[in-house]
Design a protein around this ligand. Sequence first.
Ligand SMILES: Cc1ncc(COP(=O)(O)O)c(C=O)c1O
Length: 383
Amino acid sequence: MGFSTKQIHEGVTPDPVTGSILTPIYQTTTYVQNSVDEYLAKGYSYSRSGNPTVRALENKLTALEEGADTACFGTGMAAINALFLAFLNAGDHAIISDVVYGGTYRLATKVYKRFGVEFTFVDTSNADNVKAAIKSNTKLILTETPANPTMKLTDVAAVSKIAKAAGIPHAVDNTFLTPYFQKVLDLGADMSVHSTTKYFDGHNATVGGAIVSANDELHEKIAYVRNATGTIMSPQVAWLTLQGVKTLSVRMDRQSANAQAVCEFLEKHPKVQTVCYPGLPSFRQHDLAKQQASGFGAMAWFEVKGGLTAGKKLMDSIELWSLAENLGSLESLITHPVTMTHADVEPEERARVGITDGLVRISVGLEDAEDLIAALDKALAGI
Ligand SMILES: Cc1ncc(COP(=O)(O)O)c(C=O)c1O
């Protein structure tokens, strides 16, 4: 089956009792057992451990990523927390891409460091840097590609090869491209991590997370931690996400086409200093983008001439685009990472990895490209 057929039909079957075509929201705490001896005969005991609506979403995501199994979480950060809890003990070391979502950096440096876990933030765009950073106590490699917000890419196959040779699990945050554009497990990664808040939901309606594992052993470790810490996704969120995923490929194709048009416009504008989008031939890793993904996605950033002051003026005055923190939704969003998504990354670290004060991040939505461009044109004229 093709991706679009799978995104609609995998994981769900008409309700056996009523024929309801949509999977019901199983809003329940517990599940009545057949008998003491037949405990778990129907597969469920308590909704912290598992829930049929959440399971339908998990099965759908497993099929789309072509993995072994999936665990869904209350947020993307709960998924990343489960990843750390499943693989890292006090005294262990983890390698993380030097550009990642600010919340991932915060969880590592402000929370896990308190428990004696050590992190190295590595420029994973060069796989040799990953090899060089491996120590005897390295227990996890987490890369994010494209990285939020600079769009730096990691060669997933190259890093996975290094990780495999060293016997270290490699997880990839695949939030920006989703399996529609980038199959990280096929490329050799062990786990694909998602904030389902973004493209899977797509409608700015929910927060959620997921980890798709390449084998059952990895999945069991993650599911164990999820049950122990109580971070499962709610059935209401799973139900909304199940509907969102059904249009994933259609939204991503259109959003990427819009992003390409918007970035080509920005690149030619005299008031724009830099534009960074993997679909532009000027993008430093354009060849890698084409090699490991089937689309460029709908995330980009630009800087205007006049730096932070001019950029703030643009973000405060622009029409149609919403100044907001999410990404991946059908509404186009504009974000200032330094004050919003990456505020907890120290200024020196931001400078080191290229998150400049004037960087304006855009998440291109599903509106008509001409309207998005007209709004940018008007805002640029005013700065
Ligand atoms: C790449 C990436 N990973 C993870 C997260 C965290 O997800 P959530 O906000 O659902 O906790 C985000 C949030 O912006 C993100 O952009």
